[in-house]
Design a protein around this ligand. Structure first.
Ligand code: ATP
Ligand code: MG
Length: 283
């Protein structure tokens, strides 16, 4: 049986569960244990702290894991990164007190930097020939400059709000991260077949994410113009209407282009525009 490790609670738990659920892997929530068999797919889900996921997968105690790439990079265990999952986006950055003058990486020579990511930082400093003192802290890294424990920090940033609150400014973005699917290297053929099946389901869910289904009526004369506006997977579906010089058009549009597309279509005479949620796209 294939075993997949995910975060017990925390920032990645909910979306990991949601991705699995959308891919048809569900567990009965009410009696959650640390290891649970899925009801409808041959996998077990193992709930762990995110710190432990890379090692668990490297050892083969779980075959797959969903974890932030930042943890994979820091822990350095040998795992295969199989797929980026499109959530949990963040970066690990160097930040300094906002009143300090910053003219480049040399700033960090001889400085004390607090971080929970010492290995990633050491590698970055080595590559850039910077000699600094790295202090490993597991708790609230962002308060260490104000507390006199460090001169600067290397920490996870998403919106940047925490930095501002602590009088810090981001000066170098070092590692970009998101949740990734990792796997034990060299899984046998039987397990690999299930992994492939699961990955193709993930792919369908991820392709559908951020997309909408659009239905509208259009004067047939404007059809050619509409096709230029619409980026469909192949081309839009066109259905004639009872009223002979009108047609109905159906297609898939990226959410971030939705309003732009709608406004352009209205401008060429589109009417009765419906926007529907799309669950999955099976390619
Ligand atoms: P655990 O109890 O499992 O060890 P944790 O406290 O170490 O949890 P979380 O804060 O839940 O970790 O974050 C999990 C992951 O979420 C991070 O490793 C990172 O990949 C991602 N992430 C995305 N945005 C942020 C953010 N703003 N701050 C921290 N982590 C973030
Ligand atoms: Mg952790």
């Amino acid at each position: 049986m294939l075993r997949i490790a995910i975060q017990t609670k925390g920032r990645l738990n909910e979306q990991s569960m949601e991705l699995l659920r959308d891919a048809g892997v569900t567990i009965k929530e009410e009696k959650r244990k640390f290891l649970m068999r899925a009801a409808d797919f041959p996998v077990e889900i193992l709930f762990l702290r995110d710190d432990d996921i890379p090692q668990t997968v490297a050892m083969g105690a779980a075959d797959l894991g969903i974890v932030g790439y930042n943890e994979v990079a820091e822990k350095g265990y040998e795992v295969d990164v199989l797929k980026k999952l499109g959530f949990g986006g963040c970066r690990i950055s160097l930040a300094i007190p906002k009143n300090d003058k910053y003219e480049g990486l040399e700033y960090f020579n001889g400085k004390r930097i607090a971080t929970s990511y010492p290995k990633v930082l050491q590698k970055f400093f080595d590559e850039n020939n910077i000699k600094a003192e790295i202090h490993t802290i597991t708790g609230s890294v962002e308060i260490s400059p104000a507390a006199g424990l460090a001169d600067a920090i290397f920490d996870i940033v998403s919106s940047g709000g925490t930095l501002v609150t602590n009088g810090l400014v981001e000066v170098e973005k070092v590692l970009f991260s998101e949740a990734v699917l990792i796997g034990t290297p060299g899984l046998d053929a039987e397990k690999m077949a299930v992994v492939e099946q699961l990955m193709s389901r993930f792919e369908s869910v991820l392709t559908g994410a951020g997309k909408k289904y659009l239905l509208l009526n259009l004067p047939t004369a404007a059809l050619e113009e509409a096709i230029k506006i619409l980026p469909a997977m192949r081309s839009p579906t066109v259905i004639p209407l009872a009223q002979s010089d009108w047609c109905s058009l159906q297609t898939v549009v990226d959410q971030n282009r939705l309003w732009d597309v709608i406004e352009k279509l209205k401008a060429i005479g589109a009417e009765g525009i419906l926007v529907l949620n799309l669950e999955k796209i099976v390619l």
